[in-house]
Design a protein around this ligand. Structure first.
Ligand code: FAD
Length: 282
């Protein structure tokens, strides 16, 4: 893992677009970029077909284990025996049903890479007063069952077939980590780089897993000698200057604010707008 600003050669930056969704926490709608930078827009090349039957069928998932990632984020391993498989970057719809019939549905990215284990992993931030994340963080115990359906969104999927430039903030690193894990598991030689933003080192999700492909930007507090600040052009431009054969496919994931910021950085650094894919967590 590289920390942004540790050497001039390692500094990087970024910018992006968006996807949508439904329900209380559904994916956001496309937003036009504002001000002087070119408009960003939805990019849909290489959309991957997801069987409608598969994506619309609720399946029972059993909580098999919990792994703490940071004081506010944990990974929940689910046994889903009938899981049809997924591509890195895809998400699912999760449903909790209370005893009185009250239902809450939320989208969650799949953190684990595609494999045949019959398990998938989700990493959830504990949102203050959050209904679903609160249940997972304070109530859920191994053996509990929930419902999931998916995988969803071929738009944000990365099959591993082209150079990938990944920009994420906070829990936006979750679908990007699925891509990194896939890249490693399959020993892909296609270039992959990631820039992630976290408030502080203790809030960096997957800190122990990040390798040389990753540059970390700290926005509130950093280890001694590492600058504190937002992701900037200085983080992204050197990556775009590398330009691997065929160019980068850029994937941006995080809050609305981060998605706008990161997509603008990418566009300003010369990334084609139709090769920027964005997932907004809201
Ligand atoms: C495609 C997609 C993938 C997603 N993947 C992930 C993921 O991998 N991991 C993950 O942790 N989340 C992810 N999210 C966000 C997730 O769907 C929920 O929005 C989040 O868990 C909050 O739900 P909740 O029921 O806990 O909170 P709610 O009960 O919906 O909200 C409680 C309060 O918190 C506010 N709030 C809601 N969301 C946030 C937020 N993110 N930050 C701060 N305040 C908030 C609400 O406005 C409300 O006031 C994803 C969203 C989308 C659209």
């Amino acid at each position: 893992m590289r920390e942004a600003g540790t050497t001039p050669a390692e500094s990087r930056s970024a910018a992006g677009t968006d996807t949508g969704g439904t329900g209380p926490a559904g994916p956001g709608s496309t937003r036009a970029a504002v001000s002087a930078v070119p408009r960003t827009r939805f990019a849909v090349p290489g959309r991957i077909a997801v069987g409608e039957d598969t994506a619309s069928t609720w399946q029972t998932a059993t909580l098999a284990g919990v792994r703490r990632e940071t004081p506010h984020a944990a990974t929940f391993r689910l046994a889903v025996p009938e899981w049809a498989g997924h591509l890195p970057g895809q998400h699912l719809m999760l449903r909790l049903t209370a005893e009185d019939g009250y239902v809450a549905q939320r989208h969650y990215s799949i953190a684990s890479p595609p494999d045949d284990s019959g398990h998938i992993e989700l990493t959830l931030d504990a949102v203050p007063d959050g209904e679903v994340s609160g249940w997972f963080h304070t109530v859920a115990r191994p053996g509990d069952t929930i419902e999931v359906r998916g995988p969803l969104s071929g738009f944000f999927a990365w099959p591993g077939d082209r150079p990938a430039l990944l920009l994420g903030a906070g829990s936006g690193v979750v679908p990007l980590m699925s891509m990194v894990r896939h890249h490693r598991a399959r020993r892909l030689d296609v270039p992959l780089r990631m820039v992630v933003s976290a408030r502080r080192p203790e809030e960096l999700i997957y800190a122990d897993e990040l390798g040389d492909e990753t540059t970390v930007v700290y926005t509130r507090g950093a280890p001694h000698g590492v600058p504190v600040g937002r992701m900037t052009a200085a983080h992204v431009a050197p990556l775009l200057a590398e330009q691997p054969a065929g160019g980068w496919e850029a994937y941006v994931c995080g809050s609305n604010g981060f998605a706008e910021h990161a997509s603008r950085l990418l566009v300003a650094a010369g990334q084609p707008v139709d090769r920027i894919r964005i997932e907004r967590f809201g």
